[in-house]
Design a protein around this ligand. Structure first.
Ligand SMILES: [Zn+2]
Length: 313
């Protein structure tokens, strides 16, 4: 009997301590265990190695905008399976799973808000929803956000995170490339800035359309940004690719992006860029450090050229 009790108690122990692992996360880059509260305080950037963790659209909005200022506009358009697409499962079944996981009808969240007091329209892609794939709803919501911003006289900030066009919508998803580009041109014609923030990963038709036609293109450190994947390119050109190919820093060196900015400094930097482009007085960001101020300074000449030529699109 005494032995029985001894074993029963030992079996009970693991369930008592079951929420301990939730307090810590393992960094996929440096493999260090990070206390989740520290990770949150650092805006989900590893405090040991500065690896930028991916964020859901909701969390991105929390990280970027002033608290309590976000007013959601997206969510009224829902995806439709017009092609009756079936691969290993039906498209509606895939959609339902992604909708339950993210609480969103599709891979995009748009609305208005404030960034250090500056009013703007934001469109944020959600990689957690079907790999941030661009289907008809993503295209429609980005177009609405761009048109709404043009009407309201607000700048647009778009955060890209996508594996590319949505296969299940075939040619319909490819049409979104043209549609979003045309909608964004309205902002350009209205003399309003469009800023794109590229996060890990930004690939395929998203890179080939709205994500890279912005007035200023900012990227997060270490983000994979490209059209086709490195393996496909390597097989096509039959040459080995240089180190860091398709990463933010490589693209900055080669003129594909304007700035690579640590997430912890993005609010200050984006505020500076937007203030300059919208010609708002008092363009002094609260938390800008000298290095970032230099970066923004360097970008000013480019920005004013864009202003003079009425945008880049
Ligand atoms: Zn790390």
């Amino acid at each position: 009997m005494a032995l029985d009790k001894f074993f029963r108690r030992r079996r009970a122990q693991p369930t008592e301590g079951s929420d301990i692992p939730d307090l810590w996360s393992k960094c996929p880059a440096c493999k260090e265990n990070i206390y989740n509260k520290d990770l949150e305080a650092e805006l989900y950037v590893c405090p040991k190695c500065a690896f930028h963790h991916r964020l859901s659209a909701r969390r991105r909005v929390e990280v970027l905008l002033d608290q309590g200022t976000f007013m959601q506009q997206s969510g009224h358009v829902r995806p439709v399976d017009v092609l009756n697409f079936v691969d290993t499962e039906t498209y509606p079944a895939r959609l339902l799973r992604a909708q339950r996981k993210t609480g969103q009808p599709d891979a995009i969240l748009t609305g208005t808000g404030e960034l250090l007091g500056l009013k703007l329209t934001v469109a944020v892609m959600d990689f957690e929803f079907s790999g941030g794939s661009m289907g008809s709803v993503v295209g429609e919501e980005i177009s609405r956000a761009a048109e709404g911003a043009a009407q309201a006289g607000l700048p647009l900030l778009l955060v890209a995170a996508s594996g590319g066009a949505r296969m299940q919508e075939s040619a319909l998803s490819l049409m979104q490339m043209a549609k979003t580009t045309v909608a964004l041109e309205r902002l350009s014609k209205a003399g309003l800035p469009y800023i794109s923030l590229l996060t890990d990963p930004t690939t395929g038709g998203v890179t080939a359309s709205f994500a890279t036609i912005a007035d200023v293109i900012v990227a997060e450190p270490g983000a994979l940004i490209g059209f086709a994947g490195p393996r496909v390119i390597q097989q096509t050109i039959r040459q080995s690719l240089p180190e860091g190919f398709q990463r933010s820093e490589f693209l900055l060196e080669h003129g594909m992006v304007d700035l690579v900015t640590d997430r912890r400094e993005q609010r200050a930097v984006l505020h500076s860029v937007l203030s300059i482009l919208t010609r708002q007085p008092g363009a002094k960001p609260e938390q800008a450090d000298p290095v970032q101020a230099d970066l923004v300074q360097a970008d000013t000449s480019h920005a004013s050229e864009l202003q003079a030529s009425g945008g880049e699109q």
